[in-house]
Design a protein around this ligand. Structure first.
Ligand code: ADP
Length: 337
């Protein structure tokens, strides 16, 4: 059994203090994640509990889970939003001076998530919006490389972080912090805390949109983002293969559990021109998009983009930027930007 299964089994046997059924059946607990290092994270709905009841339940869940073999730490995020109306898409983020936060996630690594996060930010900026990008893919930071940033971030006397200005974007992330290599050994909750700190200490304001390049998969960082930063929505990136789409579906469902509206899916590396000019589909056609939200774009595989990305010089024209302009227009429409 995985760490997550062990946790789910116990939570599915604990009675809900108020609602009929178990903590799982009643919807009290959602967004359960587990890691091989024995850490577990979950979201606890407390809308119908008093503060004391919520605290007591949190302590009891932590106690029971930590007593199980294989579970070493438990991170519980309380939310009072269950049952509330879906968040107004025009609502603002929890960061002062930042109107909207958009998370860019993926089911797995290597599908082009960071590249698309950067090109989404650039396309939004081309619309005249003030845009920032936060690299939260803490164990594989690459946004600074894609934007050609080589220096380290500076801290002001008031302990604020000064974002870099590159290609019209403001940027911060673990890749530009003092010692990015150290972060690799950090555990889930520490990493999630670091992300929230970087978001909160950054001198972002004023921004229309902060794009957050999330780690692949589902985990503590996503929980923290949803809870602490109040994102307006998330976009999930996948390649067209059935296996990649299955992972993307899980990522999509996870955002929905966290009550982060999924703005849609981007199919990356969906096609490329063959020697005779006809379009080839190296990863097959994505036949079934069920559970993936609106398909915002099918991006081509563009070898020129790889070279430009490696050189830290993202192009403003070409097939991918052009398609991302359409995505930015759709996102702007959805968020009423
Ligand atoms: P992830 O963040 O999902 O791990 P990256 O954005 O780092 O993925 O992309 C992985 C590699 O794929 C990079 O070398 C990037 O330049 C390349 N890549 C991403 N999207 C495309 C595309 N549409 N066409 C060509 N290369 C791409």
């Amino acid at each position: 059994m995985t760490v997550r299964d062990v946790a789910l089994e116990r939570l599915g046997a604990m009675a809900d203090p108020k609602r009929p059924g178990t903590l799982i059946a009643s919807g009290r607990v959602s967004g359960v994640v587990g890691r091989d290092d024995g850490s577990v994270g979950l979201v606890l709905a407390v809308d119908d509990l008093t503060r004391a009841e919520a605290q007591a339940l949190e302590i009891e869940i932590g106690r029971q889970l930590r007593a199980l073999p294989g579970i070493s730490s438990v991170r519980i995020i309380q939310t009072a939003e269950r049952g509330a109306a879906p968040r107004d898409e025009a609502a603002t983020s929890a960061l002062p001076g930042v109107r909207h936060i958009i998370g860019v996630g993926a089911g797995k690594g290597g599908v082009g998530k960071s590249t698309i996060a950067v090109h989404l930010a650039l396309a939004l900026a081309r619309r005249g919006l003030a845009v920032g990008i936060l690299d939260a893919d803490i164990q594989g930071p690459s946004v600074h490389i894609l934007l050609g940033i080589q220096e380290r971030a500076k801290v002001t006397a008031e302990k604020r972080l000064i974002p870099f200005h590159a290609h019209g974007l403001k940027m911060l992330g673990m890749g530009v912090m003092a010692d990015p290599d150290r972060a690799v050994a950090w555990r889930g909750p520490m990493i999630a805390g670091a992300l929230v700190q970087m978001a909160e200490l950054g001198d972002w304001a004023p921004l229309d949109v902060l794009v957050v390049d999330l780690p692949p998969g589902t985990g503590d960082i996503h929980l923290s983002l949803a809870q602490k930063l109040k994102p307006s929505g998330a976009i999930v990136v996948t390649t067209p293969q059935k296996l990649a789409r299955a992972d993307a579906r899980r990522a999509t469902a996870f955002f929905e559990q966290l009550q982060v509206p999924v703005l849609g899916t981007i199919l990356n590396m969906a096609a490329m021109p063959g020697p005779d000019g006809a379009m080839l589909h190296p990863f097959g056609r994505a036949a079934d998009m069920d559970g993936l939200g609106e398909c915002l774009a099918e991006l081509p595989l563009d070898p020129a983009l790889v070279a430009a990305s490696d050189a830290g010089a993202p192009p403003a024209a070409g097939p991918v930027p052009q398609a991302m302009d359409a995505v930015a227009a759709r996102v702007a429409e959805k968020l009423r930007l």
